[in-house]
Write a protein that binds this ligand. Sequence first.
Ligand SMILES: Cc1cc2nc3c(=O)[nH]c(=O)nc-3n(C[C@H](O)[C@H](O)[C@H](O)COP(=O)(O)O)c2cc1C
Length: 202
Amino acid sequence: MSPTTTGPRILVFSGSARTGSHNARLAELARRALAAAGARPHPVNLREFALPLYDGDIQAAQGIPDAAHRFADLLREHDGVVIVSPEYNYSMPGTVKNLIDWVSRIKPWPTIGVNGLLMSASPSAVGGHRGLIALRVPLEGIGARLHPEMFTLAFADKAYGDDGELADAGSRDRLRRLVSDFLDVVAATIHYRQSRELVTEG
Ligand SMILES: Cc1cc2nc3c(=O)[nH]c(=O)nc-3n(C[C@H](O)[C@H](O)[C@H](O)COP(=O)(O)O)c2cc1C
């Protein structure tokens, strides 16, 4: 399918912004796959949402920081989110969890019913899968509807060809198919919401 100006709007979030990040690189491949499948991807990264460590006293004295509200607004403005996050010590990076913690203070939760697809890249043999299992817990706890299948890229430091694409054809196909499956769910959700609106109005 060719790129479109009417396809679903998908936020693409990289949980690492460091120079040379494997996850930011994978997020770029996800962006390309989404665009090729007819969606409108919008890439953002963690550095755009710098936040203090969550502290109830900060919230009481200063309210919820603007960066958390901006991220919440982005979730509301999009039809889905792809999160590409490193695994740190068998879990998610504290920075990613801190963002989730701040966003969870906003009510109603901007994550409720949000379709999400999780991905990770790691130089290790496991590819960050354990980090994604951990990441599912708080996101599903605040109502996100996460795609059951996830994409993990093992040996990420050796996974790319000279053209910047994944060197392994099987991995390229898996990424393309997973993004396509995810977009089917997003489209079904949009259709369901539109049908409900018609019923409510009718
Ligand atoms: C604090 C820390 C903990 C890490 N723990 C893990 C881990 O549990 N599993 C793993 O596969 N890699 C782990 N790594 C290695 C990361 O996968 C690797 O640094 C990766 O490149 C980080 O993602 P990025 O390239 O997108 O920044 C860890 C790295 C750091 C800095």
